[in-house]
Design a protein around this ligand. Structure first.
Ligand SMILES: C[S@@+](CC[C@H](N)C(=O)[O-])C[C@H]1O[C@@H](n2cnc3c(N)ncnc32)[C@H](O)[C@@H]1O
Length: 215
């Protein structure tokens, strides 16, 4: 309980200091974490998992429970405060410690992250609605380069958030959100394999699961 409260307080503090990149007032619920990691549940190891934008570890907690002895996990987080929270967790929390020798927290933007070996599963928690459309395209290209041909990329977006934000945005903001819609729909149309609806989250969210498969 104490850990959960601390997590929410840290998240809210980062939301106020770095709204653009934090993008949410609270960590994801366990229902959203479960939907994001659904493809990993069925895996036969060994697999490589990449989590992008883990924040305080709301989804990481679920990932570490699903890892088998030969699996590996990389986490890429931009915000140094969240990186500290995560590193402490891998040192102190028994669930995280179980996989600490196979998990690495990288502090950098995902656009700058490089790996020689691709990933079977990528779980992405980035707040795309706050980003310029060219950056979102760049990030998706990076993520697809990091994915194996049969790998699954899972990410979430808050339900109906773009139309709602358009109502309170100026014309430049509305244009950005419309362009963003085009980019995201293009990836969903070309690569989407499944969409989950998660109502028990603040706010409710859709989870998109994508695969490389050619158009
Ligand atoms: C909406 S929060 C999600 C946190 C967590 N995954 C959850 O579901 O509770 C977005 C996270 O992405 C991180 N982030 C934003 N831009 C990033 C980037 N370009 N590269 C890596 N992490 C980024 C933020 O610092 C933040 O931790």
């Amino acid at each position: 309980m104490k850990r959960l409260v601390g997590e929410h307080v840290e998240f809210l503090r980062q939301y106020r200091q770095r709204f653009e990149t934090t993008g949410a007032i609270a960590p994801s619920s366990r229902f959203l974490a479960r939907a994001l990691t659904r493809p990993i549940e069925r895996h036969r190891g060994p697999v490589r998992v990449l989590e992008v934008g883990p924040g305080t570890g709301a989804v990481t907690r679920r990932i570490v429970r699903l890892l088998k002895p030969d699996d590996a996990l990389d986490l890429v987080e931009l915000n140094p405060s969240f990186v500290n929270v995560l590193r402490r967790r891998f040192a102190d929390d028994p669930h995280y410690r179980r996989v600490a020798d196979r998990a690495t927290v990288h502090q950098c933007p995902i656009q700058e992250f490089r790996s020689d070996v691709p990933y079977d599963y990528i779980v992405c928690g980035l707040p795309f609605n706050n980003f310029p459309p060219p950056l979102v395209r760049e990030i998706f290209e990076v993520l697809f380069r990091l994915l194996t041909p049969t790998g699954v990329l899972s990410y979430f977006e808050y339900m109906y958030m773009r139309p709602l934000r358009k109502l309170v945005s100026n014309s430049a903001g509305r244009r950005r959100l419309s362009e963003l819609e085009v980019v995201l729909q293009e990836y969903q149309r070309t690569h989407g394999i499944l969409r989950d609806w998660v109502f028990v989250n603040l706010p409710p969210a859709w989870v998109h699961h994508l695969q490389v498969r050619d158009a």
